[in-house]
Design a protein around this ligand. Structure first.
Ligand SMILES: C[S@@+](CC[C@H](N)C(=O)[O-])C[C@H]1O[C@@H](n2cnc3c(N)ncnc32)[C@H](O)[C@@H]1O
Length: 212
């Protein structure tokens, strides 16, 4: 149950929400495939076998981390304990951490790639710049970042999603792209892609970038 205090603590709200809807979310992708695996393939084509990949907001690990783990080492972070438990089952070779992508820390230059799909919009947008700069620090030289984020301009909006209260916060796509560049990245590929969720068209900004 969400309490009044959750409204002052959006991360707690998101954590409780995903703990509750993890299984419904896993069934949300319908017959029209989301662009996620197509973008992931673009990244995987650039990695050497045995690369270290970090997934922020890894969810259940299905399908992205299952695919990545066929050739690479996966570390996943998720704020939902239910999602982390599912990820441990779905990707037995992965290393999964129950934590907040906004405050988790890793060593400098420890990953060949960092991905984050459909997650940053659940984190207050005032934290996005810092997260991008942290990702940059964790990447090895020439490492890659692939992220997707809802393509909207929402300042800390509370709504309902899959029957639970949910928090959304993101900058408009042009601001987001500039923040990625300002963090030191070079953009390789970017597009806004529409995906279908329960008969609704939802636009997401996809960004593939590398550390110069
Ligand atoms: C829409 S799901 C996406 C899951 C997965 N990346 C995918 O492609 O299906 C968003 C995930 O981000 C997680 N999440 C939200 N806020 C987070 C935060 N601050 N730190 C870590 N994970 C977070 C949620 O628990 C949820 O599993």
């Amino acid at each position: 149950m969400n309490t009044a205090s959750d409204l002052n603590d959006p991360k707690r709200m998101v954590e409780r929400g995903y703990d509750k809807v993890a299984h419904e979310y896993a069934r949300l992708e319908g017959e029209i495939e989301w662009p996620r695996m197509r973008w992931l393939k673009k990244l995987l084509n650039k990695l050497q076998p045995g690369s270290s990949v970090l997934d922020l907001g890894c969810g259940s690990g299905d399908p992205a981390d299952i695919e990545i783990s066929k050739e690479h080492k996966v570390t996943g972070v998720d704020i939902s304990r239910t999602q982390i438990n599912l990820a441990c089952q779905n990707v037995p070779t992965g290393h999964f951490i129950h934590g907040d992508a906004g405050s988790v820390e890793f060593s400098k230059e420890s990953y060949d790639a960092v991905i984050s799909f459909y997650t940053l919009e659940h984190i207050p947008r005032k934290e996005h710049e810092t997260i991008l700069r942290r990702i940059y620090r964790w990447l090895k030289d020439g490492g890659f970042m692939l992220i997707s984020i809802e393509a909207g301009d929402f300042e800390d909006v509370l709504g309902e999603w899959l029957g639970v209260p949910m928090f959304i916060s993101c900058f408009d796509p042009e601001t987001m792209k500039q923040m990625v560049i300002d963090a030191g990245f070079e953009l390789i590929d970017t597009a806004i892609e529409i995906q279908v969720e329960q008969n609704n068209d939802v636009p997401f900004l996809w960004l593939l970038a590398h550390k110069r």
